[in-house]
Design a protein around this ligand. Structure first.
Ligand code: NAD
Length: 300
């Protein structure tokens, strides 16, 4: 099999480099669109409360908007904001012609029902791709606005010319925002997909059989490096903060890199790709066509 080697030191799936290339393509397409008299895309960024991790993510997204030439409009709401107040804001943003994309940073405070909020956003302004309609479209091979993290993983692979068609892909984690739509993206491009999760028996056996392994658990050490199939492709979506403050993925990078053919680091892998896809989705929601810096892969 072409992508599987016997012995390898992994090549890097560099999310910082690839996300910068994607954002540059988004920026060029937006400037060309504006140059022809089109409207500059506008993204409403809604943050409820002041969760430190969410505040960091939101700041980074606002910086990305500047780099991409997108107008960010900030809505920083008090942690006590009621669900009705948040839904009323979303209704206003849905109706506003200046707003092309709406991002509500998750997680929301416990008194707010997240699906009620994500499904209230108009499907064609749903740049996070969390609305049931958009996930349904992905499931039916009619992708519209697609969840950013799985789309970012696919962009990272395809930038490096990794063709996942016919590969056995194993996704560990089955959440609504990562694992499930990740499996749908992989199916769309012709992989044979196994989705494993907290109730899976024999996780080791599944991981050992993966030509392409995507870990999205949020706990370090569950997927062990010695399970990794030599020469395989390893994408680590997990972001975990150790007691020391250090940020690590789900998988130990150096021991996994000694076995894998390709590997994404944490930080600097999927995280920046997720944010780049938010910029891409916002451009697309505005009707700006973006030519990506890699060849599209055939659907399966
Ligand atoms: P989640 O908690 O919603 O889902 C975790 C999944 O892991 C669940 O499906 C669960 O069944 C599975 N799981 C838990 N324990 C397991 C075990 N022992 N064996 C197998 N599966 C197990 O989390 P999420 O929102 O999907 O996020 C997962 C991780 O990805 C987190 O670290 C999160 O911070 C990170 N994340 C990163 C990005 C990014 O841009 N890089 C984006 C979103 C999430």
């Amino acid at each position: 099999m072409k992508t599987i080697q016997q012995e390898s030191t992994a090549k890097l799936l560099d999310g910082i480099k690839v996300s910068a290339a994607v954002i540059e393509c988004v920026r060029e397409s937006i400037e060309a669109h504006v140059g022809k008299g089109g409207r500059r895309p506008g993204l409403a960024v809604v943050l409820v409360g002041s969760d430190p991790a969410s505040s960091i993510y939101v700041r980074a997204k606002r910086r990305d908007c500047e780099r991409a030439g997108i107008r960010a409009q900030d809505f920083d709401l008090d942690a006590q904001t009621s669900q009705d107040e948040l839904l009323a804001l979303i209704d206003r943003l849905n109706d506003s012609p200046d707003v092309d994309g709406i991002l509500v940073q998750l997680p929301l405070p416990p008194h707010i029902d997240e699906p009620a909020v994500t499904n209230r956003i108009h499907a064609d302004k749903d740049v996070d791709g969390f609305h049931a309609f958009n996930v349904g479209k992905l499931a039916l091979r009619q992708p519209g606005l697609r969840p950013c993290t799985p789309r970012g993983v696919m962009a990272l692979l395809h930038f490096y010319g990794i063709a996942n068609r016919s590969m056995h892909a194993v996704v560990v984690g089955a959440s609504n925002i990562v694992g499930r739509p990740m499996a749908l993206e992989l199916l769309l491009t012709g992989s044979t997909v196994t989705v494993s999760h907290r109730f899976t028996r024999n996780l080791e056996e599944h991981v050992r059989s993966a030509e392409l392994l995507i870990s999205a658990i949020g706990k370090p050490g569950i997927v062990q490096s010695e399970w990794i199939r030599p020469g395989s492709i390893v994408v680590d979506v997990g972001i975990n903060r150790l007691p020391s403050g250090k940020i690590v993925g789900d998988i130990d990078f150096s021991s996994a890199a000694a076995r894998a053919g390709w590997i994404s680091p944490v930080p600097g892998g999927v995280g920046p790709m997720t944010r780049a896809m938010l910029m891409l989705n916002t451009a697309e929601a505005t009707g700006v066509g973006v030519k990506m810096p890699f060849k599209a892969q055939p659907t399966g």
